[in-house]
Design a protein around this ligand. Structure first.
Ligand code: FE
Length: 208
């Protein structure tokens, strides 16, 4: 059981982010620009931990969870909360589209992999992503990695933005030899946060 929430989640923060990201992808399809400016928007979203509803922050004892928070009406981007139970990790996997990862709670470890000179191996050191930090992935900047909760005794949560409806994208996991296996992630949830019920302030005004 999670602790009871004292305040209603500030969904307007997520709605504002979704709106700003929509404006960004209206303005440009340049990946470098999207990763730079979108990274700043995501850093702003995760700077405050007062908006993610508890339903989308629940860990599962068997595996990490991926909750869809929003999908653009034209599937140009999606926003997902990844909830990592203690010690949970992804397989080595790719994305095939650009992605931004920002840590909202806890911390996570990211290890890049690459095929080079006929071998498949880790590239560079393990990168520890702290709360509030953002990392980018894509076929251009490095697309294959493995992500692990940095903690063995607590939940970590990261907010991800991808350049597609990521749960329905055909991509790959990789075994130790770098052999790909087809993979479609899907989502853990069947409902979405209601970003569009903005009636509360209006009702408060009417009833004042
Ligand atoms: Fe990933």
């Amino acid at each position: 059981m999670s602790a009871p929430r004292l305040h209603r989640p500030n969904l307007q923060r997520l709605a504002n982010f979704v709106g700003a990201f929509g404006t960004l992808v209206d303005t440009t399809s340049d990946e470098e620009l999207i990763l730079a400016e979108g990274g700043r928007l995501l850093a702003g979203l995760i700077a405050r931990d007062d908006w993610l509803p508890d339903e989308y922050a629940q860990a599962d004892p068997t595996r990490y969870q991926q909750y869809l928070l929003h999908c653009d009406s034209r599937e140009r981007f999606s926003v997902v909360s990844f909830v990592w139970g203690p010690g949970q990790a992804t397989p080595v996997h790719d994305h095939t589209v650009w992605g931004l990862v920002g840590v909202l709670r806890g911390a996570e470890l990211s290890q890049r992999f690459e095929h080079r000179a006929g071998a498949f191996a880790a590239r560079g050191p393990v990168h520890r992503l702290q709360r509030g930090e953002v990392e980018a992935v894509s076929p251009t900047v490095g697309d294959v990695h493995q992500v692990t909760n940095a903690f063995d005794d607590r939940v970590s949560i990261s907010i991800h933005v991808y350049g597609a409806n990521i749960g329905a994208v055909q991509r790959s996991t990789y075994d130790a030899a770098g052999r790909p296996e087809r993979f479609v992630s899907g989502y853990a949830n069947t409902t979405l946060p209601n970003l569009w019920d903005r009636s509360k302030p209006l009702l408060a005004e009417i009833n004042a």
